[in-house]
Design a protein around this ligand. Sequence first.
Ligand SMILES: Nc1ncnc2c1ncn2[C@@H]1O[C@H](COP(=O)(O)OP(=O)(O)OP(=O)(O)O)[C@@H](O)[C@H]1O
Length: 305
Amino acid sequence: MITFENVDVVFPNGFQGLKGIDLTINQGEFVGIVGLSGAGKSTLIRAVNGLVPYTSGSLSVGETVVDPKSKTKLRRLRSKVGMIFQSFNLVNRISVLNNVLTGRSAYTPTWRSMLGWYRAADKELAFQCLERVGIVEKAYERASSLSGGQQQRVAIARVLAQDPEVMLADEPVAALDPPTAHRVMRDLRRIQRELGMTCIVNMHHLDLARSYADRIIGMRAGEVVFDGPVAEATDAVIEEVYQRSMTAEDVVADDVPVSVEETADATEHDPDNDDAHHDDDPAVLGSDDPGSNDPGSNNAEQARL
Ligand SMILES: Nc1ncnc2c1ncn2[C@@H]1O[C@H](COP(=O)(O)OP(=O)(O)OP(=O)(O)O)[C@@H](O)[C@H]1O
């Protein structure tokens, strides 16, 4: 259970990113966060793993109070709170398998991570995670040789290798073409159900949120202005959240509709049909530190803040 009690985020420049957030997110929920650009969606998600420090109120994940001032506590927190990013944040020059193994770094002595001497049990787990996202056959390929959809699957496998209780996803499919975006969301939903994880996903596109989430949280100007089950997130409600009419840009309609049952049962993957490779995408080139002991952290992300 994730609990926000009257949480504020005030950035160093004085701008208030979150205002008095009160939320309880239950174990096993799949929550979609929607709202216009600048509404505070990323800030909310990043507060959960301490990437953005909250400045007042209280925030906890299970029994653990999020304490942005303590690196040790943050490292412990992030071992159970995984995060995937829009730009995947893989280490391009190393193999898919080694990328997934970096998800074990919180459980591995630094010298072993640095030398790439992961335990056999960790390798076995990494293979299982790759199987779960349907790309185990890519284990020994360089991450940079994969398509965008495949890279995001590797990023999901890396989080799974952490054995997390919570998965945060910050616009996880915004860099993908519409059919690939739906396929990755379907995988995420299936895995979330199989493992009973809590999943909080920022989604720019409303139809993705409505298709895959159980619950929608609507944000505007740093505040929660709607919180309810998907069925209650009607067009009228969303127009109120967005303070404007919905437009074609609010949806990614390029796929067959997906029912919850279908996502639970779906097992087949077709990553080879993913879109063209993104090797030269500058967004993909920012990589995290493979030797880091802090899987929820990321140098590029820290630099952004
Ligand atoms: N480090 C920072 N310092 C000052 N202001 C910031 C900082 N990070 C974010 N903001 C501001 O906080 C507000 C919320 O940003 P946030 O990234 O959470 O929005 P968002 O809803 O995720 O938007 P988008 O969909 O465009 O990613 C924005 O006005 C943004 O400019």
